[in-house]
Write a protein that binds this ligand. Structure first.
Ligand code: PEP
Ligand code: MN
Length: 353
């Protein structure tokens, strides 16, 4: 289903991409005003702060709720910035509207729940505000699109998406793995929907924000949502990923914005998808080689031969059959696995030297 969209029409400086900046949470009036004034001083136009915070475990800071909403009004009055916050329930929507919040976003945990999404869509009927939908915590493009469709069905036309990465069991470099192919495919499916990148929640680490911002720009994303706090180390939530307004300004000033990457051109979009998948293939191959070296060490320590012919033929036959089920020629799969096996053997032999 095509979405019935209108442009977001949000303010943006000419030197930078569209940016939403502000702390993870609205903690105190001082922290909100101090951060907002610094951001406004650096020419930012849209201020974010979480009023209701979805926390993985109970006991953490869950947001100030309604008490913090007058601070957002103050931000608007004193700095002229537009304000944005996360809503997760119809009650949040009602309060956000009551206090004149300008932009709403739906958090990753809420997007993942169709019941919650439908009740938000119902609460937003007849409301003309820009609404951003973060990707669901799980890598499910259809669920993300479904959430957007529910809002659009309720008449919300100024819609945007926020790519904040996906939960994985294995914690590695990133707090949430980016899986860039998913927002790229979203863009291919809905070319008129603006997609904003959130490097703060992808990385979980402030030192990775700059390279992620650059990558998002290189992939043709339409803007960035970055967490910024006047005193990041003392933040009540997500301290390790927040940067001061000064640092944010510096990071953005270092970005290279390349000639408009025309992501709507479907060829370049598809090619980016291929690049992402190739990166993943190489990572997986490296992982496979790592296990293969462990097997090599086991064989060496137990006096076994390196090539176990029975296992090798089994792999080739099974993989060829699996490939055929996915529409790939058996001979092609065999060739690929012969190559992989050859390299595995080379790496195991090296262990004997
Ligand atoms: C946030 O933006 O502070 C937040 C809670 O994000 P997410 O829904 O992406 O986890
Ligand atoms: Mn946060």
């Amino acid at each position: 289903m095509e979405l019935d969209l209108q442009p977001l029409n949000l303010p943006c400086s000419t030197e930078r991409p569209f940016i939403i900046a502000g702390p993870c949470s609205a903690e105190t009036e001082d922290q909100v005003m101090n951060t907002a004034k610094q951001l406004a001083g650096k020419g930012f136009h849209v201020f974010r702060a979480g009023i209701w915070k979805p926390r993985t475990k109970p006991g953490g800071f869950e947001g100030n709720g309604e008490k913090a909403l007058p601070w957002m009004q103050m931000v608007k009055q004193e700095t002229g910035m537009l304000t944005a916050t996360e809503v997760a329930t119809p009650e949040h929507v009602e309060l956000a509207l009551k206090y004149g919040i300008d932009i709403l976003w739906i958090g990753a945990r809420t997007t993942a729940n169709p019941f919650a999404m439908q009740s938000l869509a119902d609460a937003l009927k007849g409301v003309d505000l820009p609404v951003f939908v973060k990707n669901p915590v799980n890598p499910d493009l259809e669920l993300w699109i479904g959430a957007l469709q529910r809002l659009n069905g309720a008449g919300i036309k100024r819609l945007g998406a926020i790519h904040r990465g996906f939960t994985s069991y294995e914690k590695k470099l990133y707090r949430n793995v980016p899986m860039w192919q998913i927002p790229i495919e979203l863009h291919r499916r809905l070319p008129n929907l603006p997609v904003v990148n959130d490097p703060s929640h992808i990385s979980g680490r402030r030192d990775l924000i700059a390279p992620l911002c650059q990558q998002a720009m290189d992939l043709g994303m339409d803007g960035l949502m970055v967490e910024s706090h006047c005193d990041p180390d003392k933040a009540w939530s997500d301290a390790s990923q927040q940067v001061t307004p000064d640092v944010l300004d510096y990071i953005l000033s270092m970005l290279t914005i390349r000639e408009t990457v025309d992501l709507t051109a479907s060829l370049s979009t598809l090619r980016k998808g291929i690049d992402e998948i190739d990166n993943e293939l190489i990572d997986l191959l490296a992982k496979r080689m790592g296990i293969s070296r462990e097997i090599g060490a086991y064989k060496r320590d137990n006096g076994m031969t390196i090539v176990q012919t029975k296992r090798y033929s089994e792999i080739l036959d099974k993989r060829a059959a699996q490939g055929v089920l996915k529409g790939i020629d058996a001979e092609c799969i065999k060739k690929i696995f012969e190559c992989i096996h050859e390299e595995s053997v080379r790496q195991q032999v090296e262990l004997l030297r």
